[in-house]
Design a protein around this ligand. Structure first.
Ligand code: ADP
Ligand code: MG
Length: 384
């Protein structure tokens, strides 16, 4: 039901009102992993899985939200909406209301219907798509136009401050600002960005390993601490290095011996990943897909060996793709320890690629993977 007409009928039947309809996409990160909190570079792409929202005003002072995905409706008082999350999907639309109210906007009653085909909880950011589409719908209802980068920041605050998830801004940023047939190089320091072309004949094949491991002591915080410890050593010598974004591989040559061995490796990943991410944008700009593939392969090796952020299944998924016809580049994407790999594949070969990769992975692991063939899509906008 990417079809706005279906959401329109659904909304009309449930709320007896014609909705304005908006769409916001999910995303996949092409390259740039664990660089965001070091104020570095990431390069996400909006995908053609998306969330749709229909919105219409109400006169009874109520906020009524309905999700077709959950088949569930919730009602709140617009004058006194909950100020705390309830560990429910309605936290996301309520968070949008709370953040906008905190910014001084008066939010009237409305009916909101939601439907999305971004797989929930698979790392393709259905949560950001939901935040962005709701933010766009509600601000449009009250007649306020918010620029994409600012809207993304408000949505990140929904997730950080209301829902209570400690995410960066990448997901909301690409969902709000993506462009069809482009990736987006985002500088996480100042949120400046550059669009890089992805030719229309390239498919993004996203392969879900169907596993998510957690390692002792907590994976994400541990890696973050280790890389930040390396940064502190460099900063103690030459100053002006508050984040690894400001460090160089040369710094590691000079002072790496003073770091814990694991810290040195984590920092080497983050510093080299920034270089690769910036280089990947240049390669896309030049249309040098072979170079993009090479950078993705190097990024995976670095993520797996230096950052130790991969796992047996994800390494296998990348390895099994290597000799398949049409592959340009493959790597593990997202926070790590499982999740999805991203494969750049010639569109003409994408179906056969996905089928064979799935067969090989299932034969080796006994796990049936979910494999999606996507394209670089546009960012959030109004549909009708
Ligand atoms: P991801 O962002 O990787 O998909 P998250 O756990 O961050 O995973 O977000 C998934 C959550 O977002 C779901 O559990 C649900 O609460 C909410 N959500 C996403 N899409 C919808 C939708 N269409 N309707 C209702 N809730 C949704
Ligand atoms: Mg999410």
């Amino acid at each position: 039901m990417h079809d706005p007409a279906a959401l329109r009928s659904l909304h009309l039947a449930r709320f007896q009102a014609v909705p304005a309809i908006f769409v916001a996409p999910g995303r996949v990160n092409l390259i740039g992993e664990h660089t965001d909190y070091a104020e570095g570079f990431v390069m996400p792409v909006a995908i053609d899985f998306a969330t749709l929202a229909g919105i219409s005003p109400r006169t009874d002072g109520k906020i009524v939200v309905y999700s077709e995905n959950y088949g569930e409706e919730k009602t709140f008082e617009a004058a006194a909406p909950p100020t705390q999350a309830g560990k429910h999907w309605s936290d996301y639309p309520l968070g949008v209301v709370a953040i906008l109210a905190g910014e001084g906007y008066k939010i009237p009653g409305f009916s909101l219907s939601l439907w999305g085909d971004v797989p929930l909880g698979s790392g393709l950011s259905s949560s950001a798509a939901l935040e962005v589409v709701t933010m766009l719908a509600v601000t449009s209802l009250i007649g306020v136009a918010i620029p994409g980068p600012v809207l993304a920041r408000l949505c990140q605050r929904v997730e950080n401050e209301f829902v209570g998830a400690n995410c960066g801004i990448m997901d909301q940023f690409i969902s709000a600002n993506g462009k069809e047939n482009h990736a987006l190089l985002l500088d996480c320091r100042d949120l400046s960005f550059k669009l890089a072309p992805i030719p229309a004949h390239i498919a993004l094949v996203i392969a879900n390993t169907m596993v998510k491991h957690s390692i002792a002591g907590g994976d994400y915080p541990t890696r973050r601490r280790e890389s930040e410890a390396a940064c502190a050593v460099i900063d103690s010598h030459r100053g002006g290095v508050p984040f690894l974004r400001d460090a160089t591989l040369d710094d590691l040559e000079k002072w790496g011996h003073e770091m814990e061995p694991k810290s040195l490796l984590r920092a080497r990943h983050v510093i080299s990943e920034d270089l690769r991410t910036v280089a990947a944008e240049k390669a896309l700009e030049k249309g040098d897909l072979a170079e993009v593939g090479r950078l993705m392969a190097e990024a995976h090796r670095s993520y797996s060996k230096d950052f130790e952020g991969s796992c047996v299944e994800a390494d296998l998924m990348v390895e099994l793709a290597q000799d398949l016809p049409g592959l340009i580049g493959a790597r593990l994407t997202g926070g790590g320890f499982g999740g999805c790999t991203i494969n750049l594949v010639e569109q003409s070969q994408a179906k056969a690629f996905a089928a064979e990769l799935g067969k090989r992975y299932a034969a080796k692991t006994g796990i049936e993977p979910q494999i999606h063939i996507c394209h670089a899509s546009g960012g959030a906008h109004r549909l009708e």
